[in-house]
Design a protein around this ligand. Structure first.
Ligand SMILES: [Zn+2]
Length: 196
């Protein structure tokens, strides 16, 4: 393992990641979003979503892709025209695809991603705050793309027609990292962005 002196590339403040799998964290001193990878430290562009509430606890990192999911084969046990139509409507267009990037169980991440994909929220950009508390991102863009497959699968498996087999492809551009305002709710988070 290569040991890196973890310092913010902008202000040189020491960075102290909490999670060993961290891939993006915020500098507590200057507010820069810093990405960590094999080649070292770099700054990464981070979009801040306008909050819907005045007070919240943290910003959560979320990957947002523009992409297209093409279902090539969808076999079900039960016949349900409505479920089939909803599937065709959802994936019949290019979509925004979302993958939570903070540390949470894969199943929960896929459920949340699937929920967002079906709602298609557009976040309104706001200016970066001077100081902010960003929950560390632990999912790389490459892993987020892989997780998208499970997001699609979880959406389709939840339909009421007993999914038996699903074949699909995902074409997606490079994702953008968004910081979403959130409140702590029990052991999890409740997202609090303003929606258009
Ligand atoms: Zn800094």
């Amino acid at each position: 393992m290569k040991l890196l002196a973890l310092r913010c590339p902008i202000c040189a403040q020491p960075l102290k990641p909490q999670n060993p799998d961290v891939v993006v964290l915020g500098c507590a001193n200057c507010g820069t979003a810093v990405s960590l990878n094999e080649s070292g430290l770099d700054t990464i562009s981070l979009q801040f979503a306008t909050p819907a509430v005045e007070k919240f606890d943290s910003w959560l990192p979320l990957w947002v892709f523009n992409g297209r999911v093409t279902i090539t084969n969808r076999q079900t046990q039960g016949r349900n025209k409505e479920a089939q139509q909803h599937s065709e409507q959802l994936w019949g267009y290019p979509r925004r695809l979302y993958v939570p990037s903070w540390d949470l169980p894969t199943e929960t991440a896929c459920q949340l991603g699937g929920d967002l994909v079906q709602r298609q929220p557009t976040f309104q950009r706001t200016d970066p705050p001077d100081k902010f508390s960003l929950v560390e991102a632990v999912v790389t863009p490459e892993d987020a793309l892989k997780l998208l497959e499970f997001v699609v699968l979880s959406v389709e498996a939840a339909r009421k027609d007993w999914l038996k087999e699903l074949h699909f492809t995902i074409e997606a551009a490079k994702p953008q990292l968004w910081a979403i305002p959130a409140m702590q709710a029990g052991s999890g988070w409740q997202l609090q962005p303003a929606f258009k």
